[in-house]
Design a protein around this ligand. Sequence first.
Ligand code: NAP
Length: 480
Amino acid sequence: MTTALPERTPTGLLIGGDWLQTATHLNVVNPATLGTLAEIGDASPQEGLQAVAAAHEAFQTWSLSSARSRAEILRKAFDIMTAEIEDCARLIALENGKAWRDAMGEAVYAAEFFRWFSEVAAHVQGDFRYGPNGDKTIITDYRPMGVAYLITPWNFPAAMATRKLAPALAAGCTTVLKPAAETPLTALWVADVLERAGAPAGVVNVITTSKSGPVSEAILADSRVATLSFTGSTYVGKLLLEQTARRVLPSSMELGGNAPFLVLEGADVDKAVEGAMVAKMRNGGAACTAANRFYVHASIADDFALKFEAALRGLKIGPGIDQSNDLGAMVSVKERDKILELVQAAEAEGTAASAVSDVPADGAFIAPYIIRGVQHGSTLTRNEIFGPVAPIVTFEDQAEAIRMANDTEYGLISYVFAKDAGEGIKVARQMESGMVAINRGIASDPAASFGGMKESGLGREGGFDGIHEFLETQYFAVDL
Ligand code: NAP
């Protein structure tokens, strides 16, 4: 497997249909080797505003285009992406570090947002009713909001971009996308796909920058920007909400998680381990949906832990670009060290922790950890780990397990392994999370509403809800 970048890998800023070079540059690093992959544009706040101007101008015509024509562009983007899916996966594996299987899985998932929203675009339904007093008709209409500012994180460089771009374009909005500085190449590649699919100049603009704070502040203060869609940490989400509050700007927030993974008495242990391997290990644990804390009934805790540990030991660790590896590198040495610090904190609290395998010496690699005898309320159960570390808490009483699972400021997703679906749904209804996976280790689907409760976010992406983050509701009262 070659480590070269795909032939079509843009490195400039995309503004008004042109790829522009900047005065200074940003280095993109391969976390598996720590070598430089590419030098890309480093936008200033002024260049950010140039992108807003291009998006604003393009909105004047794009917003009036037919839903069908927008759907066809999105469908073409799906076709191009699918035909070139290995290029997308290669970029993800190289700049993010994740294993090839995860990179391919993400690339396919990302492309599916183009297909799903090409289907949704032409099915937005308004509403017509007679007023109860008989004096008017009530017509509810939806119109595109305007210029959407989209900010994405490094952990899913393709899917987080398409999960925002596809509904925004389907709704008739134009966009300025700011990917994470660590993984910008995939987003630039996705934007090139949309250009090739026929998105008119200015409909999709991409700025990459090392100055995300000042650049975003300038963009959010600009009255031509109509909405913000952010995916990232709760910490940065709150900073941005303070800024959007100044303009009462609609803000969709997909933030951090601290997902509990419950294995209830009577659950199928093998199935729970299979689910844990996906919920914990997809992306090496660097997913907002990653199982962060395991609560396992005392009657099956040993069996679960031994089988989970055996499965983790079987994972081959090495560069994600090599298809024989199961677990790639973390995105950076800094992120890897943040995870190791959490493990050290657990040890300082008196919990024994040892890695289940060795890792390559170079690169941002970390071995999986399975940590037993963890107390609820300790460091590992309170913090988003974002890596392959699995703390296990044992419980006797189901009501207590549910209480511990909900005892967090986050509420993105929960996992419930129960003896049957009926019990699983009963427990799921008590979970304070926007999503619950029952007897399975993954919930994400472009056709489903993705999003969190509590400090995990505001709004929903995907499903039939996602497009409404980019539509303004307007009501016409018509005199009878
Ligand atoms: P992050 O540090 O919050 O960064 C996310 C994005 O915000 C990046 O593009 C980053 O740019 C930008 N950013 C950072 N500081 C900013 C500021 N002051 N003003 C404006 N933008 C700013 O998050 P991350 O470390 O990339 O991603 C991990 C987090 O994302 C985790 O908490 C995870 O749970 C969450 N996440 C949530 C979801 C979801 O759907 N709920 C999905 C994926 C990830 P730079 O790269 O330049 O810093």
